[in-house]
Design a protein around this ligand. Structure first.
Ligand SMILES: Nc1nc2c(ncn2[C@@H]2O[C@H](COP(=O)(O)OP(=O)(O)OP(=O)(O)O)[C@@H](O)[C@H]2O)c(=O)[nH]1
Ligand SMILES: [Mg+2]
Length: 296
């Protein structure tokens, strides 16, 4: 049988569960997930390989109207990711079902121009009290725009993901694998380590502060014997933010470090020594030079 392979771009509003879906389909936590919107900031590549197919998922930042340069750069990744797609998944959040018609109107211009197949995915159906409750939302999606398929799922519980995977594969072209069958991403360990720290910061810091934060791995030293050594900078915008991140008597930064170290160790499968420094870089989110140096 000829092999199938292709690129599947996942788009949708912030917080609809795009990264959760990629992680669950691939079976690895490669894209960070938090309860806060705008968690994903770059295109995250996740590769699923089975005997006769390879799906290259492109997870993207949730679509928003940008208010500062970082968000502009985040949004610039979306047309890029879409242009390499063999198939588009547009995710909707069942919790936000009252907005579906409005959302589809927003997306229709973007989607109608695309010649590749499009699957509408209604996520978080575990939140419906009864299965019958999701039918009106599916109908609404169906009436608002022409999709090739409409699939209800729960990325969290895994409900209907096997069916979604089968559908995705049915739309893939016959093609040789793009990547080694053992690779799960094109991104490196250093990047994943910085993302894990950012995930911890999103979870531990209140409201708006995570949006002013970036993480840079300054040193990443693999050792044959003994613990690997990682040094990371936590970049924020103001001195007052730095004080919050460090906390009274350094309690907060200690907590951040402990949790991040454990999660990075789990990801790398190696014991590590993690050193964290907090730096202030005023208005980095609006500074093209800082953004560039942080890989945006
Ligand atoms: N109940 C429920 N929660 C979900 C489901 N999928 C994702 N979530 C939750 O929704 C929140 C956002 O999930 P993410 O995967 O980070 O969402 P995202 O679309 O990648 O968000 P951005 O990166 O900010 O655009 C997290 O708290 C997830 O646990 C689901 O199927 N059911
Ligand atoms: Mg995400």
């Amino acid at each position: 049988m000829p092999k199938k392979a292709g690129f599947v771009t996942i788009v949708g509003n912030p917080n609809v569960g795009k990264s959760t879906l990629v992680n669950n389909l691939i079976g690895s936590k490669i894209s960070i997930v938090t309860p806060k919107p705008q968690t994903t900031r770059k295109e995250i590549v996740g590769i699923l390989t089975k005997d006769d197919y390879q799906v290259v998922f492109l997870d993207t930042p949730g679509i928003i109207v940008p208010r500062y340069k970082l968000q502009e750069v985040m949004m610039s990744y979306i047309p890029q990711s879409i242009s390499s797609a063999d198939l588009i998944l547009l995710l909707f959040d069942y919790e936000k079902r009252n907005n579906i018609e409005f959302l589809i109107k927003q997306y229709s211009e973007l989607l109608q121009e695309l010649s590749v197949p499009k699957i509408a995915v209604l996520n978080k159906i575990d939140l419906a009290k009864a299965k019958s409750q999701i039918i009106p939302s599916l109908n609404e999606i169906n009436q608002a725009l022409k999709f090739d398929e409409i699939v209800p799922i729960s990325a969290l519980t895994g409900e209907n993901l096997d069916e979604l995977e089968k559908l995705i594969v049915s739309y893939l072209p016959n093609h040789e694998f793009y990547f080694d069958k053992d690779s799960i991403s094109t991104l490196n360990e250093k990047f994943f380590a910085s993302e894990i720290i950012r995930q911890v910061l999103f979870n531990l810091l209140a409201k708006e502060l995570p949006y002013s934060i970036e993480v840079q791995i300054e040193e990443f030293i693999e050792r044959e014997k003994g613990k690997w050594f990682l040094n990371a900078s936590i970049i924020c915008e103001r001195q007052t933010q730095k004080q919050i991140i460090i906390g009274a008597n350094g309690e907060k930064i200690k907590e951040i470090g402990t949790i991040a170290r454990k999660e990075i160790e789990e990801f790398l499968g190696e014991p590590i020594f993690l050193e964290l420094f907090v730096k202030v870089r005023e208005h980095w989110r609006d500074n093209p030079n800082f953004l560039k140096s942080y890989g945006y």
